[in-house]
Structure formats: structure tokens, C-alpha cells
Design a protein around this ligand. Sequence first.
Ligand code: 6PG
Length: 457
Amino acid sequence: MKAHFGMIGLGTMGRNFLLNIAEHGISGVGYDLDAGKRELLLKEGAGMPVDVGSDLADFIAKLESPRNIMLLVPAGPIVDSVIADLVPHLEKDDLIIDGGNSHFTDTDRRIAELDSKGVGFMGIGVSGGEEGARHGASIMPGGRRDFYDRVETTLQAVSAKVNNEPCVAYMGSGPAGHFVKMVHNGIEYGMMQLLAETYDFMQRVLRMANTELHRTFTDWNGGELNSFLVEITSEVLRKTDPETGNPLVAMILDTAGQKGTGKWTSQAAMDHGVPIPTIDSAVSMRQISAQKAVRTKVAAKYFGMSTSADQSHSRTSVGELEDALFCAFILTYAQGMSLLQRASTESNYGLDLAEIARIWRGGCIIRSKLLESIRKAYSTRSVTRKPDPRQNIRRPPQFTRQLAPQSRRRLQRERHPGRVFLVRPRLFRRLPHRTFTGKSHPGATRLFRGSHISADR
Ligand code: 6PG
């Protein structure tokens, strides 16, 4: 019997995605130039309806028609080269699905090129890394609706589930799936930067030890900040380096690379004229982090390599930081959602922001408890039917309500009247706030980036 679903690229993502499919009783066949990867698939998939093609022709012959073939290969020219090799073997109505982090403009181009050859093409965002691919990812498919309908059952089977609902939904036309995944990654960059800065403040200003940091992040993960990224931050802070016995985090070089999706989000936001300052800053900070040699030189020349921080804010409470981080997370999601909304209007993607928030609640890197509130906020309004550029998740009452009681409690506990922490521009004007004193506040300022405007201004 022929296989229902094909996978080209049997690296970690492709192999695990195909195993996930097979585990759900859907037959799959895989292909990779590397024979070792093909063997690994057969070994790990023993007892499951999974097979491999010995070459491209054999792979094609093992698939039922019309064929559904997913590519999980590195984004960029490799995708074009795999498509070029594949097309001569394909027939009308066969479908190629690119599941990598491709740039949405490449997806747009590939849809048009393959359409002229009678071959279907979809760009789908897949989030969740190896674990998600194997046990349930958040999946963002875009392209022609009838193509989506063809693979919906398979994608639903392998997606993560939240309250039994699959974390997959049709995103919209053209490259909508890859556009949404790109913005997902932009939000991911923003949240990671906020976590890094919060950690830095706690460690260098509040001088908290790693055990205390681990406990605090674990505690936060049990509350409103509940999310995958907070959870893994707490886990990482618990680890020690087996060789030296030092905290693992102290042994990791403070430089980070990037594959490009965060930068693309900033570029797209500039093109659409949508401000996403938290995400922009996160991209810049990664770029600065990568310039380790320059940073070291400048630090030695001007600061004598001192790593001490301004201690004037050492009485900041952990609760205040929790509030700041929570507020900054909301703003980061809000920036991503604003970009999605504007792009959807201008490029006619037909995005449904409530559905996007829904499928991001499970499987993906930015999954969080907060996304359920965001989903609810968007479900109450017909965002796509009646686009209004002023609409923003910062406006619905759900958010002001969510922030208000918590912030009031915190405000009562404040030990420093006059200090500006949770800065609430007009967005949060219903909340009580402190008066801007003109004092600089590097910690909160860095957390809020461009949003740290005093409510008084
Ligand atoms: C995911 C991730 C994954 C990866 C990004 C970002 O959703 O599973 O977003 O795709 O983390 O490619 O990678 P960089 O941080 O290296 O740019």
C-alpha cells in the first residue's frame, strides 16, 4: 500500500515530524540524501507505518496520488534546490509543503512559480522544536484553502492539543503561514530578551543567588507569567556545569547568533509602519551580544571591566519585577499582533487573530497562560471582518482588569513612592500610577524599551 504523506529532510525536525505522523496511524515515507538519516528513521519508526525512499524516484513511487510532500530542510536556497529536483517527478495536483522557517516573500514567489507548473505549494510554520515535532507542535498553515483541507487531518493529528483542541488552524492566503511564524519568532526574541534582562537585574542589582533565582522563576511560572520560556528559564537556572560545579548559566558565553526570523519581523514591521520596539530592541541586543570582541575592548577601556550595576534600585521588590515582566510580555504580544493585523489588511491574508492566539497556546515556544486572555480578547471582536488599525490587545478591558487588581496590590506594598516602575501610558490610564519624578530608572526602562513613557507626558 502506498504512503499518505511524504517528508523530505530527515534531520531532527523532519524525522520526528514523520514519526509523529506515523504514530497516529497515518502512513509516511521519508527521504534524505544522507543514508544514515534514512536508516535512523527506519530504526526509530520500527513497528510504525513508516518507510523510506532509496532515492527520489523511489520516494515518489511510494506515495499515493495526489501526493502530499513536506520539506523540512534549512530555509533559503536549499528549499529551491530541493523543489527543482522534485518537480520533474511530480504530476498535476501534487502538493509541496514547506515546513521550514522560510521568508514569506520566498514562499510567495514559490507559490507563483509552482502554480505555473500545475503543482501546489503551501508554506506552513511549525513551532516547538524537536519535542514539538515528535509530540505535538503548533502549526501555522497558509496558502490555498483547498490544499489545507487536504492535509488538515494529518496536521491536526500531529499538533499539540489544548483542552482537546488541536493547535493548528488555517491562517490565510498566500504566504500567511510563514508570515505568522515569522512574527511568532519575533515575539519569541522579545520575550527571551525580557527574560535575560530580568535575570540580569535580579543577579547584578538584587544580587540573588541562582537557587533563589530558580525558585523565583518557578514561582512566577505558577502564576500569571506561566509560559514555556519562564519554565525553561527556571530549569536552566537550576543546572550546574558537571565539569566545574559552577552554575551552568555562568559558564555560557554571553553571545547569541540568530537565523534571521527576528530581524525579518523588524524589517516587515518597518515596511508596514508598525512600531514593535521590544522586538526591534531584542534583535539589536542579539547583534550586540554577537560582537563580543568589541564589547570586551570597550568595557576594558571605559569601565575597567567592571560588571557591577547601579545599586540605587537594589530595593526593588521581586513582585515589582514580576509585574514589570508581565506587562512587558503583554506589550510584546501586542506588538506582534498589531503587525499581524496591519499585514493582514494590507496583504489580504485574512488572518484571524483569535485563532492565532488559540493555536499559540500549546506546542510553540511562546505558549503561555496569557495567550488564553489574548484569544478571549480577540474572540469578542470581529477583527478580520472589520479591521481597525487602532485596535490593539492593550485596549480590551480584559487586560486592564487583569493588570489592575494585581498592580493595586503591588502599589500598596510600594516602599518607594515617586519611583516609576510600571509605566502606564494612555493604554493603562485606568490604573493608578506614580508620578514621574524625572529620576532615571535603567532597570524598568530597559524592560519597557520604547514603552517607558510617563503617564504624565
Ligand atoms: C520554534 C522556534 C525555532 C527557532 C527559531 C529561532 O518556533 O520552534 O522559533 O524555529 O527557535 O528558528 O532561531 P534563532 O533564535 O536561532 O534565530
